[in-house]
Design a protein around this ligand. Structure first.
Ligand code: BTN
Length: 250
């Protein structure tokens, strides 16, 4: 299958600066149906979290952005959408591998390595979300990574096989749509429960780094706002927002 037969509105580019940037340009010019998805073989300016770039070999991986309109979700509950997306991504990949977990807030890990990253950009209405743009970089068939990303891994590296990007995309988008449907139906408890059950480092003490230095701590909880709670070995509980803490990887 070519990257053009997916069961959702789909535009494919052989080369683009960034599918996220292109999605914004398209939305500025015209309304787009929910789930409209842009994919690219290659991005010249792929963006990652925290201003990083996103490395992907030409034609090897899934680089995609899509739009949804989660107007049912109060702003103060917006982290639920992030949970639903990360969970759907994980569940869409379970036919391909086990050993998956979600590294708070929404990186997808295989064992101790990063298989996919998610960029989420919300636009707000009065009290509710209005529009959300999601960009996902998923390492599928790339077998050599050359950037300074600390711990990338691809499906091909995990299994030695080569995958149809179209099939993986359909599996992932179907699972994400299912989880967001569950959110829309108001079943928030199932999502928060499943998210916490799949978290990377949910058990035991591990090393983290914050502005005070390196410390060993165990996971306590993620608040509905997305705040991460850890407890260090002295019993002190510490709360973190995204970017306030990094995981020290061995
Ligand atoms: C991360 O740093 O973990 C998030 C990476 C998100 C990368 C994807 S690739 C498709 C979309 N277009 C971009 O420029 N970035 C996102």
């Amino acid at each position: 299958m070519k990257l053009s037969d997916a069961p959702f509105p789909h535009l494919h580019y052989t080369e683009i600066d960034s599918t996220s940037a292109e999605l914004k340009r398209l939305l500025a010019a015209q309304p787009l149906a929910p789930w409209t998805t842009l994919t690219a073989d290659y991005q010249t300016q792929g963006r990652g979290q925290q201003g990083n770039s996103w490395e992907a070999e030409d034609g090897a991986n899934l680089l995609f952005s899509w739009v949804c309109y989660p107007q049912f979700l109060p702003i103060k509950e917006q982290f639920l959408l992030s949970e639903a997306i990360a969970l759907g991504l994980l569940e869409g990949l379970t036919p391909y591998t086990d050993g998956l977990s979600i590294k708070w807030p929404n990186d997808l890990y295989w064992q101790h390595r990063k298989l996919a990253g998610i960029l989420i950009e919300h636009e707000w209405g009065s009290g509710h979300l209005a529009r959300t743009l999601v960009g996902i970089g998923l390492n599928v068939n790339q077998t050599r990574f050359v950037s300074n990303a600390p711990n990338p891994v691809s499906l091909a590296q995990i299994s030695g096989a080569t995958y149809s990007r179209e099939e993986v995309l359909t599996s992932v988008m179907t699972a994400i749509q299912r989880r967001i449907g569950q959110l829309e139906a108001g079943d928030w408890a199932s999502i928060t429960q499943a998210y916490r059950a799949t978290l990377y480092r949910a058990e035991g003490y591990h090393l983290y780094q914050d502005k005070e230095g390196c410390f060993s701590a165990r996971f306590i909880d993620v608040e509905p706002t997305g705040t991460l709670w850890l407890e260090d070995e002295s019993g002190r509980r510490r709360a973190y927002l995204f970017k306030e803490i990094s995981y020290v990887l061995s």
